[in-house]
Ligand binder design. Structure first.
Ligand SMILES: [Zn+2]
Length: 328
């Protein structure tokens, strides 16, 4: 049984992290950049652990040097994602990787990504929205230009603000300035927390950054009162089980807390994070959830409805995508 063709919503992806290895290899060859060290013998990305993963990720990003590169990247990613039934996708995009935080350059990169997204919507039937993302391990000061870029370009394509990168750098409150700036501009917020930092990091992220979604959030499971708070506040978790297993945030699919969180009333969604890095796709995630926990079409329908309700898009887009889900 495979769930490849049912319509899916994916809220937690990193645009560069979705880059097919063959695409990055091609760009590296065009630009004479030697990236042989980041690829395994099977052609996929090679890394040892989470910190090494971040290094390999940033090395792959060195090939992406212009708006045109990001236009091609966006199209390559959407072609791949649409094959797995994804009809709506949100992706983290970072001004740090697109012009080094400069607003004018950022606008050019963004126009290129939006151009590809519009084309893919027509030709592939997949809708893409972007979430501007600060990189946590670059430090609180470096997140301020990212937030400024977010606020200045909030609109049709850019629909939210968030933070990714090394979770153990600083505490959530150190980044409150950037999140406050985005919130005051009316942007919905998400932040990676509880992938590595445990329940305390999730609790501080909710308290100090006022987010409506949490990237991962699985560390909350260790604190029953926090799980209850997340459920009561209606905060949605962007859960990425395959990513958690490969990076060893959990030791196996069977021990992943996604079912326990759902059973406690937490809003759960499913995403791939950085699919080629983690040798996964949305089809693989659904197949593994089916094999491990017996989830079926009804479970996936609920997951997708939850994801659509938590999506950062405008209401017209939400209504349009809701119709696509009805075909399941
Ligand atoms: Zn992520």
């Amino acid at each position: 049984m495979t769930f490849q063709n049912i319509p899916k919503i994916e809220l937690h992806t990193h645009l560069e992290g979705c880059a097919p290895p063959s695409f990055i290899k091609g760009l590296a060859a065009e630009k004479n950049i030697d990236l042989s060290k980041i690829f395994a013998s099977d052609g996929g990305y090679a890394f040892r652990d989470f910190d090494h993963f971040l290094q390999v990720y940033e090395a792959a990003c060195t090939t992406l040097q212009s708006p045109e590169d990001f236009r091609r990247l966006t199209m390559a990613v959407l072609e791949e994602t649409a094959k797995h039934g994804v009809v709506y996708m949100e992706t983290f995009v970072s001004p740090d990787f697109c012009g080094g935080g400069d607003l004018t350059a950022w606008r050019d990169y963004l126009a290129a990504m939006e151009d590809a997204a519009n084309e893919a919507e027509q030709t592939l039937g997949i809708t893409l929205k972007g979430i501007v993302t600060g990189i946590r391990h670059f430090g609180p000061e470096a997140n301020k230009p990212a937030a400024k870029c977010a606020v200045e370009t909030f609109g049709n394509f850019i629909t939210g603000y968030g933070m990714a990168g090394g979770e153990m750098v600083g505490r959530p409150g150190d980044y409150a300035y950037s999140f406050d700036m985005a919130r005051e501009a009316g942007m919905p917020l998400t932040c990676h927390a509880g992938e590595w930092g445990g329940a305390a990091m999730v609790a501080e992220t909710i308290r100090d950054l006022g987010v409506e979604r949490i990237g991962h959030g699985i560390g909350a499971i260790k604190d029953p009162a926090l799980v209850e708070e997340i459920a009561e506040k209606g905060i949605t978790l962007e859960v990425c089980p395959g990513s958690n297993v490969v990076l060893k945030a959990v030791d196996s699919w069977g021990n992943h807390p996604i079912v326990k969180l759902r059973d406690k009333g937490v809003k759960i969604t499913v995403s791939t994070d950085d699919p080629p890095f983690f040798h996964t796709t949305m089809t693989d995630e659904y197949d593994m959830l089916n094999q491990t926990f017996g989830w079926d079409n009804d479970d996936f329908k609920t997951i997708n409805e939850t994801a659509l309700a938590a999506a950062f898009c405008d209401d017209d887009t939400r209504a349009r995508i809701a119709k696509r889900l009805e075909t399941q």
